[in-house]
Write a protein that binds this ligand. Structure first.
Ligand SMILES: C[S@@+](CC[C@H](N)C(=O)[O-])C[C@H]1O[C@@H](n2cnc3c(N)ncnc32)[C@H](O)[C@@H]1O
Length: 244
């Protein structure tokens, strides 16, 4: 079966709440079971490979995937972060990639589904990165509660966020970025990576970055493909903060 047909079968064959909300139908827990059963403990490469195998052979997962994951890895290496923040944990795959590309970084990942957070924590513990990768259950759009928790309980301070990966609710990309910018957590040279800017699409975020090109942001639009197939086009935006 070619990549697109496999993707369509795995992705479109599932209920819409799974496609859009990524609230589990059991596949996320099954993925954690698979990682624990097949990847040696303490091996990040093996854990990532096991998640990719599960997503390719067993059930579609909305991880950033292999092709876009390589773009994320390169951006992480460019940012060389001491602190990385991610919006949208899901099963913890992209946070694992960030942790692998930045072996001494602290990674904070924000996720509104407590069930997804538990899956990610199991996988991080198995991969041996739980001491520096943390899931904060909440959402940036909750009126400041999660932002306050990041500041008060997880030591996010002015200018401390070196890398931000945005991969959650596409309609919240811009407002959540602005909320983080408003807290003063970015610094000149911070890198922000946004997934799925073409599919499902984040047009307001893309417009904002285009309008601010060369003034507040310097953005590269990476042409790529939707996760785990090679036909549906997608865009990953990599933006450098020019302020501060
Ligand atoms: C595409 S998945 C993230 C994939 C993950 N970054 C990876 O590549 O491994 C999106 C995740 O964001 C979560 N989410 C959706 N809207 C959110 C919001 N407003 N705040 C926090 N998390 C949200 C979903 O529950 C889901 O787990």
């Amino acid at each position: 079966m070619n990549g697109l047909r496999r993707w369509a079968r795995l992705a479109l064959g599932m209920p819409s709440f799974v496609r859009t909300g990524q609230i589990g139908d059991g596949r996320e827990n099954a993925c954690a079971d698979f990682v624990e059963a097949t990847a040696p403990r303490g091996d990040v490469d093996a854990a990532l490979a096991a998640i990719d195998t599960f997503a390719t052979r067993e059930a579609m997962l909305v991880n950033v995937g292999v092709e876009k994951g390589a773009l994320l890895d390169a951006a992480v290496r460019r940012a060389d972060p001491a602190l990385a923040v991610e919006l949208g944990t899901y099963c913890g795959y992209s946070a694992l990639r960030i942790a692998r590309a930045a072996p001494s970084a602290r990674v904070l990942s924000v996720e509104f589904s407590a069930a997804n957070a538990e899956v990610a924590r199991r996988i991080w513990a198995h991969a041996g990165v739980a001491d520096r990768v943390t899931c904060v259950v909440g959402t940036i759009g909750d009126g400041g509660r999660t932002l306050d928790a990041l500041a008060g309980e997880h030591d996010v301070t002015a200018g401390s966020v070196d890398l931000l990966f945005i991969d959650h609710d596409k309609s919240a990309y811009l407002s959540d970025l602005l909320a983080i910018e408003e807290r003063g957590w970015l610094h000149r040279g911070s890198i922000v990576v946004a997934d799925n800017v073409r599919i499902p699409g984040a047009p307001g975020y893309r417009r904002h970055m285009r309008e601010q090109q060369g003034t507040r942001w310097d953005t590269v639009e990476h042409k790529t493909h939707v996760e785990y197939q090679s036909l549906l086009p997608d865009l990953v935006l990599e933006s450098e903060y020019l302020v501060g």
